[in-house]
Design a protein around this ligand. Structure first.
Ligand code: SF4
Ligand code: SF4
Length: 472
């Protein structure tokens, strides 16, 4: 029986409710009056329910689809402006005891190179990331309590925050590790993590069990209820995601939104971010083995409808996607992208030799961070290295209320410009620097609040004189 407030996975992700929602959408995909009314409701920027959203996803009426894309762009602009937050993944260890059939780190893969970074390795990796200009990391590990216990993850976080190389600093560490206990989530919180990210992969229980035949991750309920334990452990900001292409995308889309509704219903705050990875080739993984993989067009529509359904949730895309796809979905709703990523263990300080392949997936966008920043500037975006909210204690419901009232823009815009300025001063190529300076000049003059504008302009000058780390 569907109950968004239940703490039982099979009740807040109720299979019957998903199937009914899908049938409802199928029956109404050409229902002009209903779809128009949903678009009008969505235009108030307060979101849509999972059932309403899947009607939009299925809509076959071209003119209304066009309106939908327009609305997604409008919402993106209203809540996120032209800012795109930059981050990089850091793989600590690829030891894994699970049997996920879509990931080359699965325990039975005997020929992939298993690696785990020592604290000295981490210092080298993070120094290299700082030298690129990164300020925000997403830590990634496989699940292996013996080779990669929580104590190792905590020690690594401490190491990362302690490294200060030239003007570099990692100011926000988000963590993507296996589902764990409330006690361990509490320890992560105390270590000062930003967002706890865990991908559901698929919400379809039977498929989930087939894709996860062995290891602790095979427990669907334990995995699906992880975000509740994380929040019980004091982590305010959690990041959801499904691996599109593992199951029928419509089913997972509804499940994802139901999960967001559940978090809002129980904890009073929805997910901080939603990631939209698609299955992609890797060491012993062939995407042709997954018959549900989705086209670029469907992928773009998924991004647009998620943007409309949950306007307050940041959306993340990785370097799995090509430059062309990244460009297309940036305007439809994506607010965070990775740049210059390595998906192997230890790939930043030194390029990994091909025979040592330890990567989780093949990267499609292989550009350097500077090239990505330059590209964003050319497209008219403001690459942002901002990490201010978590450091100012603006997390969870405090963050959401600032976002919903629109006040956060007073922080995001100047913070984006100031962190971009830091990047330009310390790391950018001459061309990127010229483009960035021109953009800062133009955008700083448009900060609406005169007091904030005046302070931001002063900080921007201070940054030119060697001072660092200003924030609103
Ligand atoms: S997806 Fe995660 S848990 Fe599964 S095999 Fe890969 S690293 Fe391990
Ligand atoms: S001010 Fe907060 S919401 Fe805005 S970009 Fe910075 S960290 Fe994100």
């Amino acid at each position: 029986m569907y109950n968004a407030k239940s703490m039982i996975a099979e009740e807040f992700i109720d299979d019957a409710e998903i199937l009914e929602s899908l049938a409802y959408a199928e029956a109404h995909k050409n229902d002009r009056a209903l779809i128009e009314s949903l678009l009008e409701k969505a235009a108030e920027h307060k979101g849509l329910s999972h059932r309403e959203a899947v009607v939009l996803l299925d809509c076959e009426l071209e003119d209304l689809n066009e309106r939908m894309y327009k609305l997604a762009k409008e919402i993106k602009l209203k809540f996120y402006g032209k800012r795109i937050v930059m981050f990089a993944p850091l793989y600590l260890s690829n030891y894994c005891i699970n049997g996920c059939t879509y990931c080359p780190y699965h325990a039975k893969n005997k020929h992939i190179n298993r690696k785990k970074l020592s604290q000295e390795d981490i210092i080298r990796e993070v120094t290299a990331l700082q030298d690129m200009g990164h300020k925000r990391l997403a830590l990634e590990t496989g699940e292996d309590p013996r080779n990669c216990p929580i104590e190792y993850v905590l020690e690594s976080i401490r190491t990362i925050y302690s490294i200060k190389h030239k003007n570099g600093a990692i100011r926000r560490v988000n963590v993507n590790i296996a589902a764990t206990t409330v006690e361990n989530y509490r320890k992560l919180k105390e270590a000062g993590i930003g967002t706890y990210i865990l991908f559901q992969e698929t919400y379809h229980k039977k498929t989930y069990q087939e894709l996860h035949p062995t290891g602790p991750k095979s427990n669907y309920a334990y995995h699906t209820e992880a975000m509740d334990r994380a929040m019980e452990g004091g982590i305010d900001d959690v990041g959801l995601g499904v691996l599109f292409g593992l199951n029928l995308y419509r089913y997972d889309f509804v499940g994802l939104l139901m999960h967001a509704e559940h978090l809002e219903a129980v904890h009073g705050v929805g997910p901080h971010t939603i990631s939209v990875p698609r299955i992609c080739p890797a060491d012993d993984i062939d995407t042709n083995d997954f018959s549900n993989s989705i086209s670029d067009d469907i992928f773009a529509k998924l991004v647009a409808v998620i943007r409309i359904a949950v306007p307050y949730t940041g959306m993340i895309i990785s370097t799995r996607e090509s430059v062309a796809v990244r460009k297309r979905v940036l305007e439809l709703g994506i607010s965070q992208i990775s740049g210059g990523s390595r998906t192997s263990v230890g790939g930043y300080a030194e390029e990994e030799p091909e025979e040592e392949n330890s990567a989780q997936f093949d990267i499609s966008d292989r550009r350097t961070l500077d090239q990505v920043v330059n590209w964003l500037l050319t497209l008219g975006y403001i690459p942002s290295f901002c990490t201010a909210c978590y450091r100012e204690g603006r997390t969870g419901d405090r963050f959401m209320s600032l976002l919903k009232s629109g006040q956060i823009v007073n922080c995001c815009q100047p913070n984006a410009l100031m962190t971009l300025k830091e990047y330009l001063e310390d790391y950018a190529s001459p061309d990127t620097r010229a483009k960035g300076e021109a953009l800062i000049l133009q955008e700083a003059a448009q900060i609406p609040n005169p007091k904030v504008r005046e302070t931001a302009l002063r900080y921007l000058t201070d940054l030119e004189h060697g001072m660092r780390d200003f924030r609103f």
